[in-house]
Design a protein around this ligand. Structure first.
Ligand SMILES: [Cu+2]
Length: 151
C-alpha cells in the first residue's frame, strides 16, 4: 500500500512538471529554447507522409518515446486536412498531452501539392489516431491513420 501511494504521488509530480514545461514551451514557440526543451538529445526523426483520397501513407507510424518528430505531409490529389489526438487512447484529457507540439493546431490544412511540416515530441507511449479534417469527398470520414509511440 505504501509503495502504491508513493507511485501515485510520483505520477502526480511528473504530470505537474510536464504540464509546466509544456505551457512554457507553448509560450516560446519559434524560439530555440523551446525546441531544446522539447528534445534534450537533439535527435529528430523526419517522417514523410502523403495524403490522398482516402488514405494517409504510411500508417500506422511507429516512433520511440522521447523522439522529436518532424512530420512532413503532402496532399497529392486534393486538399485534405490533418487532425491528431494529443492524448493516447483511453487516456485522460487533463494534464500534459502525450504529444507536445511546437505549434499546436486543431486541424492543419493540407493544400494540394504543398508540404506541411508538423513538429512534436512523442512524450507518452500509446496510440494516437489521426484523420482528415477537411471534407474531401465521399470517403472523407474513413480517411484515418494512427501514430504509435513505443516505449
Ligand atoms: Cu477529407
Amino acid at each position: 500500500m505504501r509503495i502504491f501511494l508513493r507511485t501515485i504521488s510520483l505520477l502526480a509530480v511528473t504530470a505537474i512538471s510536464a504540464a509546466g514545461s509544456f505551457s512554457s514551451a507553448a509560450q516560446q514557440v519559434g524560439h530555440q529554447a523551446a525546441v531544446q526543451t522539447g528534445a534534450p538529445n537533439g535527435n529528430v526523426q523526419v517522417i514523410n507522409m502523403t495524403a490522398k483520397k482516402y488514405v494517409f501513407t504510411p500508417s500506422p507510424i511507429h516512433v520511440k518515446k522521447g523522439t522529436r518528430v518532424e512530420l512532413r505531409i503532402t496532399a497529392i490529389d486534393h486538399r485534405h486536412g490533418f487532425k491528431i489526438n494529443i492524448y493516447p487512447d483511453g487516456g485522460s484529457t487533463k494534464g500534459a498531452p502525450g504529444l507536445e507540439f511546437t505549434s499546436p493546431k486543431d486541424c492543419w490544412t493540407l493544400q494540394k501539392g504543398q508540404t506541411v511540416t508538423i513538429d512534436f515530441v512523442a512524450r507518452t507511449p500509446g496510440h494516437y489516431p489521426f484523420k482528415c479534417c477537411k471534407f474531401c469527398g465521399f470517403g472523407h470520414m474513413g480517411m484515418k491513420g494512427e501514430l504509435i509511440v513505443d516505449e
